[in-house]
Design a protein around this ligand. Structure first.
Ligand code: BES
Ligand code: MN
Ligand code: ZN
Length: 489
């Protein structure tokens, strides 16, 4: 999807030839004298347009604009959330297979945050999943112009800069959504490996590379915890290593690790059947690493980045790992697997140990790790865990800037008490309480050799219910984080 940002007023927006024009109207807007301005003013005066929004008012081939369809919608104070809701409501009215070119015009000067919110909402509202439909009606919307009058934001930060960052973020989110939404039989570990390879090929740059390890290589590395999860499935595991070299060879890389469980049945500690289909989304961490690399191919920032994706199914066959089994991780630590459904931490711990070889500047892992995190934070904020205040602050700030919020959670050592085992160095579960924290405490044991943070995206990576589907989170946070590290380097 092509975005284009312009500094223009409603008079200019009205002259745009497009399939639909959305006009975003804040409280107390001061309208000009053009026919479209007068129409907006009249609609407010007559009480037909509520600037408090988001109740869109729509028209077909109205004389005031060149667009076929016109929608006016209120954005109240113009916050990111208000803009997002208004665009979603307005877009729903004009969404059709004929919609190819869209113009979104702010009736008053807008900040970068509002422009970004509008762009992401347009991408979100027009996304369609077609991969497994027999008669797909694909998205036709390709060109989106966002405009606001007197946009000083462009003068300060540069129109193309904002445009590139937003475009790359949206492209990354869309790749993440696409792979996350694919059902487990259409998104196996092998297919994810191919997706990573294809991404690197499409980048057409020697700065990107990809290596996909299989069962024999993973066994040789001694990844006993990862192998234990994979052994209950006939689908072979994959360990994907993505690399981007945008800085000097000697510059320590930022490492991103994504949980890639393509289906989580729970294993012998089997999950209840209700909504078990949603466990196809248990590779959203992996998808967000792929999405972030997609954005890197478009932005090419001056930084080195490594993406690590341990990927397998958590299923049940005669070889499946059993509760009580003790396995040896790549780090040498032995793990008593008391619950086979706590598998994410088992594949991540070996990936974290593998990360040591890159002598990373920081390691951030991303995982749909615990139902407990959903209980704690719902679907609004992802859980952020890090013993490193500087790293935590950088991630928090990146998440706020990118409108993909996280919330810092505690990591006191007392929380690790329940992970003690009589038969191994550590158990893979603790008690019922503070489940997202004890999971993070488990991971922390394997992340002592570098600055580390963990994002639990179990509540934010996808939506349930009638709107069931991946969100593309936390790609915005990761892209913003990586780019800010390159700027500060
Ligand atoms: N993939 C799940 C976490 C999950 C559950 C994400 C529901 C989103 C919605 C993870 O592998 C898991 O099963 N975790 C267990 C851990 C428990 C056994 C300690 C959980 O959260 O119940
Ligand atoms: Mn599980
Ligand atoms: Zn899982």
């Amino acid at each position: 999807m092509n975005f284009d940002f312009q500094s223009q007023d409603l008079a200019a927006a009205a002259q745009e030839k497009c399939d639909a024009l959305l006009v975003l109207v804040p409280d107390g807007v001061r309208t000009g004298r053009s026919p479209l301005d007068l129409l907006v003013a009249q609609a407010i005066k007559d009480g037909d347009l509520d600037t408090k929004g988001p109740k869109p008012l729509s028209a077909y081939r109205s004389g005031q604009v060149k667009a076929d369809r016109l929608v006016l919608v209120g954005i109240a104070g113009g916050s990111a959330a208000q803009v997002r809701a208004a665009v979603a409501a307005a877009l729903a009215l004009v969404k059709s297979p004929k919609l190819k070119r869209l113009v979104v015009a702010f009736a008053a000067p807008a900040q970068e945050a509002a422009l970004r919110a509008a762009a992401v909402a347009v991408a979100d509202g027009s996304y369609v999943f077609t991969h497994t439909k027999s008669k797909p009606t694909p998205r036709t919307l390709t060109a989106v112009r966002l405009c606001a009058p007197e946009s000083t934001v462009f003068a300060v930060q540069g129109r193309t800069d904002i445009q590139r960052r937003v475009e790359a973020t949206v492209a990354g989110m869309e790749l993440a959504k696409e792979w996350a939404n694919r059902p487990a039989n259409h998104a196996t570990p092998t297919m994810l490996g191919k997706a990573a390879r294809d991404l690197v090929k499409a980048a057409g740059s020697s700065r990107f590379s990809c290596e996909v390890l299989g069962p024999a290589q993973v066994a040789k590395l001694g990844m006993g915890a990862f192998m234990a999860v994979a052994q209950g499935s006939s689908e072979p595991l994959r360990f994907i290593v993505l690399r981007y070299n945008g800085a000097a060879k000697t510059a320590a890389p930022t490492v991103l690790v994504g949980k890639g469980i393509t289906f989580d049945s729970g294993g012998i500690s089997i999950k209840p059947s209700g909504e078990m289909d949603e466990m196809k989304f248990d590779m959203c961490g992996a998808a967000s690493v792929l999405g972030t690399f997609k954005a890197l191919t478009l932005l090419k920032p001056k930084i080195n980045v490594v993406g690590l994706i341990p990927s397998c199914e958590n299923l049940i066959n005669g070889q499946a790992v059993k509760p009580g089994d003790v396995v040896t991780s790549m780090s040498g630590q032995t793990i008593e697997i008391l619950n086979t459904d706590a598998e994410g931490r088992l594949i991540l711990c070996d990936a974290l140990t593998y990360a040591e070889r890159f002598k990373p500047s920081v390691v951030v892992d991303v995982a749909t790790l615990t139902g407990a995190c959903v209980v704690a934070l719902g679907s609004i904020r992802s859980g952020l865990f890090s013993p490193d205040d500087v790293l935590a602050k950088a991630l928090l700030e990146a998440s706020e800037r990118s409108q993909d919020p996280v919330w810092r959670m505690p990591l006191d050592d007392d929380y690790a008490e329940g992970l003690k085992s009589n038969f191994a160095d550590v158990a893979n579960i603790a008690g019922r309480m503070a489940g997202s924290v004890t999971a993070a405490k488990f991971l922390q044991r394997f992340a002592e050799k570098f600055a580390w943070a963990h994002l639990d995206i179990a509540g934010t990576a996808w939506k349930s219910g009638p709107q069931k589907g991946a969100t593309g989170r936390p790609v915005p946070t990761l892209v913003e984080f990586v780019c800010s590290r390159s700027e500060n380097a």
